[in-house]
Design a protein around this ligand. Structure first.
Ligand code: DGY
Length: 323
């Protein structure tokens, strides 16, 4: 039997690549650098399945092909706002993602960011490495206590719930959530969370706000200058969702003028390019999109893509079909 042809756009963990090679006619982007829209478009004419990541922008332009051979995009990651949904539908593509397997690790990074910005850990590390630490003193790098504070979570899906679990059970925080749809009372009760009906209601209540909603056009600049102004002047904003959810210009203004306490970001609009103004903000912690970056999560993500491919090529509806 002829094996389906599969193209992987970036290097994956070796164990997953080996498993893929057993079952499929596998082609890898051995250079491991992001492909251009033209190169991405070219793959659609050559392979039965293409397996992209967040760095592969399958825009309307990249999906503008006639007679694609590709029938499935098996996305390596949970967020898929880098794939133009309307164009994928027009092409009749099936699109899958990798939920669940990275929720805990991504919530760990969100909690890491929360703690780092609250306790000024980034500033402390920068000072020490620069050789500027003059020793302990009672007023040095005074941060904010986390226990007992109110955490607002925007987007109460799997990652948002894992964040709430850590914050409530691990750090004794009170959790307030906003979600597009109502959350079942028993799900809220697990983390003693309260759901409010609007983001504008949530923001002034919180000492920390953590974003866990999808990216893409509908949520672009969901956090803008009007909403930043609704936050308490000493509150902190954490983003492990997608960069475009925050208006970064508005955020730099709030940080530079001390209108909020600080922010901590794992994702950036137009990453890996970083808005140079962000670099100037001391009360900002930045990580290079590390949410799912553990051996365990990255392998599990790969095996989840394999499960979806097995479903698809066996004629079943893939378990994680999103389009
Ligand atoms: C995800 O899974 O969405 C991560 O951000 C990597 O793409």
């Amino acid at each position: 039997m002829v094996k389906p042809s599969v193209f992987v756009t970036r290097r994956w963990p070796a164990a997953v690549e080996a498993k893929l090679a057993e079952t499929y006619d596998l082609q890898l982007n051995t250079g491991d650098i992001p492909l251009s829209p033209a190169e991405l478009r070219e793959t659609l004419g050559k392979y039965d399945a293409v397996l992209p990541t967040v760095t592969d922008r399958f825009t309307a332009e990249a999906l503008d092909v006639k007679g694609a051979q590709t029938r499935i995009l098996g996305n390596y990651g949970v967020g898929y706002s880098h794939i133009c949904e309307a164009s994928a539908r027009d092409l009749g593509l099936t699109v899958t993602n990798t939920p669940d397997v990275l929720s805990e690790c991504t919530a760990d990074i969100a909690m890491t960011l929360l703690l780092m910005v609250a306790r000024r850990a980034g500033e402390g590390e920068r000072e020490l490495r620069a050789g500027n630490w003059t020793g302990w003193r009672p007023t040095h790098l005074i941060g904010t206590k986390v226990s007992g504070k109110v955490l607002g979570i925007i987007g109460y899906g799997r990652i948002g719930q894992e964040m709430a679990r850590r914050a409530h059970h691990g750090f004794g925080m009170q959790v307030v959530v906003h979600n597009r749809s109502p959350i079942a009372p028993e799900v809220l009760a697990r983390n003693n969370a309260t759901q409010v009906d609007s983001i504008d209601t949530l923001l002034p209540m919180c000492d920390f706000v953590s974003l866990h909603c999808p990216g893409g056009a509908p949520n672009r600049h969901l956090i803008n200058s009007r909403r930043l102004d609704l936050m308490k002047p000493d509150a902190f904003l954490i983003n492990t969702a997608r960069g475009e959810v925050i208006d970064e210009w508005a955020l730099t203004q709030s940080l530079m003028y001390g209108l909020i306490g600080g922010a901590a970001l794992d994702v950036f609009d137009g990453e890996p390019r970083i808005n140079p103004d962000l670099m100037q903000c001391d009360n900002l912690v930045m990580l290079p999109h590390l949410g799912s970056a553990t051996k365990e999560a990255r392998e599990a993500m790969g095996f989840r893509v394999l499960d979806n491919l097995s479903d698809f090529f066996a004629g079943r509806d893939p378990r994680d079909r999103v389009i």
